[in-house]
Design a protein around this ligand. Structure first.
Ligand code: ZN
Length: 178
């Protein structure tokens, strides 16, 4: 097990679409273990492979604190259904430190994927877990949560990120990021 280096905004890998996983071997399993350890250490509730420098379609998640207990990994995930009903909730990202904004997402999704051995799995999630899945699958397509903000909020986010670069960001509160 090892901690992996988190890539942050500005690193081009975060903007690259990730490739399908085709080899299900011990290396993949140990990479997923390292991702879980890195997510826990951050701490975060989700982490996608490109956030730690590998552009492959794999993410890990942990929503054990929530109503719907769940922890694990998903390989080659696809959202096959998403509810028309949406909700707005504050979101953050381990790759965009100390930045939290409300994002509108579907309240429920169904995801088809495979596990670390290549066996198919299908998970229906709602609430916070559904949000994690949508956020992490976006990462695999090079999409960041700030891209999902309403135009005015996006402007505000970009301003805040610029200020951070000049070291003028306010002290951060401990929050959960994905
Ligand atoms: Zn993220």
């Amino acid at each position: 097990m090892a901690l992996l280096r988190l890539r942050t905004l500005g690193d081009p890998i975060l903007r690259s679409p990730s490739a399908e996983v085709t080899t299900f071997d011990a290396d993949l399993a140990s990479f997923a273990d390292d991702m879980l350890e890195t997510m826990d250490d951050a701490p975060g509730v989700g982490l996608a492979a490109p956030q730690v420098g590998r552009a492959v379609r794999l993410f890990v998640y942990d929503a054990r604190d929530e109503d719907e207990p769940a922890r694990g990994s998903m390989v080659n995930p696809t959202i096959v259904w998403m509810s028309e009903e949406t909700e707005e909730m504050e979101e953050g990202c381990l790759s965009i430190p100390d930045t939290y904004f409300p994002v509108v997402r579907s309240v429920a999704v169904r995801v088809e994927a495979v596990d670390l051995t290549g066996s198919p799995l299908e998970v229906e999630a709602q609430g916070f877990l559904a949000r994690i899945f949508q956020h992490e699958i976006d990462h695999l397509d090079g999409i960041l949560f700030i891209d999902r903000l309403a135009p005015e909020l996006r402007k505000e986010a970009m301003r805040a990120l610029r200020d951070q670069d000049f070291g003028m960001a306010p002290p951060s509160r401990p929050r959960r990021a994905l």
